[in-house]
Design a protein around this ligand. Sequence first.
Ligand code: MTE
Length: 327
Amino acid sequence: MGNPGSEPPSSEITSEPLYLRRREFIRNAALFAATAVGVGGGLRWLTRGRRATDRTRAGASELATLAITRRVEYADGEAATPERDVTGYNNFYELGTDKEDPAANAHTMRSRPWTVEIAGEVRKPLVLDVDQLLRWFPLEQRVYRMRCVEAWSMVIPWVGFPLAALLARIEPTSRAKYVQFTTLLDPEQFPGQRRRVLDWPYVEGLRIDEAMHPLALIAVGLYGKALPGQNGAPLRLVVPWKYGFKGIKSIVAIRLVENQPRTTWSAAASDEYGFFANVNPAVDHPRWTQASERRIGELHRRATLPFNGYAEQVASLYTSMDLRANF
Ligand code: MTE
């Protein structure tokens, strides 16, 4: 970022419940217990850096939370980007500004214990442990395209749950017009925060209707495993129709607010990075074209799709908006 195709099956999306019932979760959890480890053959727990005894202790609860109960493909059959690229070519300025830095420096992060605060304009504010949060929702694998504002893209099999399910739990009040997300501030874990590359902590936001959209995901894993640090462990946002910088990593606070929050990248360069940041091939970045992109692993550039190919699902959120002014 420098200084500061076609449509997925709409039936899958429109049939998505706004929240998933506890009963269903219990049934799924029982199913998982019965099949023990390895649902779908793809489930493994990241044990890097743990001693065997820790691994055993951590295993039981954390494995259970990564049971994938449903797999949906929202990338029109496009091949997923190899895992080594998804986890080796990253933007996570808290861990360094080069693409290889986050993977190299992620060992400084501690994603457990991890507490998330959900507050503001809600009837049921919460401060809770991430593992407890994970137990509330059945986990889905969702394959989404991701388009970075820097004009490269990937296809990523995330594991997570709809943000809408979480919001339903905490009951926003009628004054909740936006949702603000904040990354952990801890220069000991995040060496990048020792330099003022950005105004730390990293903050992002969505309008409430965007946050409630069934495609907006809280991701806790990828490729069937818990999120590696460099991808935003233990939980991050994924909004597939927006530029990747909206997908804030390593979230510690979610705040429902009345006014549009000040977000990190739009504060750093408001003419380059807007609040909405919807993928739009018709509106160029001041320093490069947004009409095409480089899919990691491909030789030739490909055309960028409006809303990153999710227009059928999300364009109705913006019918009354000038997308050039509100970029
Ligand atoms: N979140 C935080 N906290 N810090 C960051 O620097 N970079 C963003 C976003 N989330 C960033 C962040 C950008 S620019 C992109 S493109 C995506 O994360 C990259 O996600 P990935 O590394 O998992 O592909």
